[in-house]
Write a protein that binds this ligand. Structure first.
Ligand SMILES: NC(=O)c1ccc[n+]([C@@H]2O[C@H](COP(=O)([O-])OP(=O)(O)OC[C@H]3O[C@@H](n4cnc5c(N)ncnc54)[C@H](O)[C@@H]3O)[C@@H](O)[C@H]2O)c1
Length: 269
């Protein structure tokens, strides 16, 4: 059976757990070979999803495509270069890049506290900027040039509903995700004539293990079988949007941001 991503190779950053893991699985299910990634080998265990990256690779490998795992900090240029080399050697050229690594995780490994505009610590600002903006830019700089050379490719940057509205707390995180959206548009402009599409997906609050472990959740929004769309998203609902943008059905969609949030951000911009 032909699947729409047969013959394609994807790299999904931050795919040891959470949304990235489900995105990587969805791309593999559609036929793509996949390089999964996390900051270290045991990051998948942090909120109890899988024991390590090897276990995640094994699970995703059940879809019958090639899967390999790399580790490294996306905010470190040398680490990104090493990961690129390893993926080139293991799977060959990447056609689909999903920049999913990131989040509102500060220097101490949890949510910054304080996390408002005027009081957030400098160390937290630096870590958030590395994880959400600098990392996305460095990975694009490493992986897009071969796509330009080949004249095709699809890049999906994961932003957030928080990128589109004023937020406090989570001020710096929201600001950086807004920057990811704008970087997406600028990159699409820069590559308009190169055959490489750059889009962003902005998830609303979605039920990943990390999400549930690091905030007080509203039980009324947990049930996805209810009629109301004012609920939390399922990771698969975000992954479906990413898979669509990655594949041929989105071939004329470029420089856009797809807000997958049930309608939380019902305003232009
Ligand atoms: N879950 C949500 O509600 C939600 C909503 C909007 C946006 N997002 C975004 O979706 C993405 C995934 O979120 P999640 O909920 O799955 O969280 P998560 O913490 O489970 O996954 C994020 C992954 O990124 C990795 N990572 C972070 N910084 C890194 C770095 N510098 N180098 C390498 N790896 C790094 C983490 O180790 C982790 O595996 C994030 O970018 C987050 O901001 C999530």
């Amino acid at each position: 059976m032909t699947r729409e991503l047969d013959g394609r190779t994807a790299f999904v950053t931050g795919s040891g757990r959470g949304l990235g893991r489900v995105m990587a699985a969805r791309l593999a299910e559609l036929g793509a070979d996949v390089a999964i990634h996390d900051i270290d080998w045991t990051a998948p265990a942090k909120y109890g999803e899988f024991s390590d990256l090897g276990a995640v690779a094994k699970e995703i490998g059940k879809h019958g495509t090639r899967v390999m795992a790399v580790t490294g900090n996306i905010g470190d240029k040398a680490a990104v270069a090493e990961m690129k080399q390893a993926i080139d050697a293991g799977l060959g050229e990447v056609h689909i890049l999903v920049n999913c690594a990131g989040g509102d995780i500060g220097a101490s490994g949890g949510k910054p506290n304080p996390n408002n505009a005027l009081d957030i610590a400098f160390e937290d600002i630096q870590v958030l900027t590395n994880n959400n903006l600098i990392g996305t830019i460095l990975v694009c700089q490493a992986f897009i040039p071969p796509m330009v050379k080949a004249g095709s490719g699809s890049v999906i940057n994961i932003a957030s509903a928080a990128a589109h509205m004023g937020c406090s707390p989570e001020v710096v995180y929201s600001t950086l995700k807004a920057a990811v959206v704008h970087y997406t548009r600028c990159l699409a402009k820069e590559l308009l004539h190169e055959g490489v599409r750059i889009n962003a997906v902005s998830p609303g609050a979605t039920k990943t293990a990390r999400f549930q472990a690091t905030r007080v959740v509203d039980p009324a929004r947990m049930d996805s079988s209810i009629r109301s769309l004012a609920r939390y998203g399922e990771p698969e609902e975000i992954a479906d949007a990413v898979a669509f943008l990655a594949g041929p059905r989105a071939r004329f969609i470029n420089g856009q941001v797809l807000r997958v949030d049930g309608g939380v951000t019902l305003f232009p911009g």
